[in-house]
Design a protein around this ligand. Structure first.
Ligand code: HEC
Length: 231
């Protein structure tokens, strides 16, 4: 059972120092550290952090471009497969993978179209040479855990491709996660945290993708512990 405070808005203070959960992936090890560092304006794009999750969530769905289906010969499940077809490194406008998303041809309904942030990541990544960047700094801040600023952006990036209202029936097992009350219901029944943490007896989410970073899972936990408010 969750209890709610009356709707109060506390003033927020911006500080230039943030806590980041940095996951550095190398060939052999995954190092997770909690460091407090001065926020650095990161204008770059990183394949594993910004681009691969888009392909996994929106394209590599069952019946579309997963390894089993490979519609029109496109397998969009991993770096080596993604660069193999419809992509010209250094030239996004010659890359069908990108132009079909810009024109709105892909992803097909009921999967939502890519938003401007996702398109921008894909474009910049291709134009910068379509490299397999793995040493991404994870942009995530565990001191931010409001519904609007932390939870919704994660759901948008990793979950709406199956759990927005339109695709939910065909891809998301009927579970809708694009409005507060529906997310609240999954928070209250324990499935949200169980699924995100890949606990035994739960459905590991995001389906077909890797587990979210510890930092993002912490943002969900803190939001729920603070009452799962619509804040
Ligand atoms: C590729 C599609 C896909 C993506 C992406 C996806 N899900 Fe799911 N999700 C499903 C399907 C399918 C089910 C139904 C599973 C079942 O009942 O067998 C489901 C079920 C769920 C449930 C229902 C509760 C349960 O355990 O029965 C929750 C909660 C959930 N997903 C959360 C998420 C969250 C949070 C994300 C993003 C981090 C996410 N899902 C991403 C396909 C997806």
């Amino acid at each position: 059972m969750l209890y709610f405070d009356a709707c109060t808005h506390k003033p927020q203070i911006s500080i230039p120092v943030v806590t980041k959960d940095t996951t550095i992936k190398t060939d052999t090890t995954i190092i997770t550290t909690d460091t407090t560092i001065v926020d650095i304006m990161d204008t770059s794009v990183c394949f594993q952090r910004d681009v691969l999750p888009v392909f996994i969530a929106s394209c590599a769905k069952s019946g579309c471009h997963d390894a089993a289906t490979q519609k029109k010969g496109y397998n969009l499940t991993s770096y080596s497969h993604i660069i193999a077809k419809g992509l010209v490194a250094g030239n996004s406008s010659a890359s069908k993978l990108y132009t079909d998303c810009v024109s709105g041809k892909m992803p097909q309904s009921p999967t939502p179209k890519l938003d401007s942030t996702q398109l921008s990541f894909m474009k910049r990544w291709i134009n910068m040479g379509a490299h397999n960047d793995t040493d991404c700094i994870v942009n995530c801040d565990t001191t931010k855990f409001t519904f609007a600023n932390a939870i919704v952006p994660i759901l948008k990036s990793y979950c709406y491709s199956c759990h927005a209202t339109a695709p939910a029936a065909s891809s998301g097992g009927g579970i809708i996660l694009d409005n507060y009350n529906s997310v609240l219901a999954q928070a209250q029944n324990g499935n949200l945290m169980g699924d995100l943490q890949h606990l035994t007896g739960h459905h590991a989410m995001p389906l077909g993708g890797s587990k979210l970073s510890d930092c993002k899972i912490t943002q969900f936990r803190k939001w729920i512990d603070a009452g799962a408010l619509n804040n």
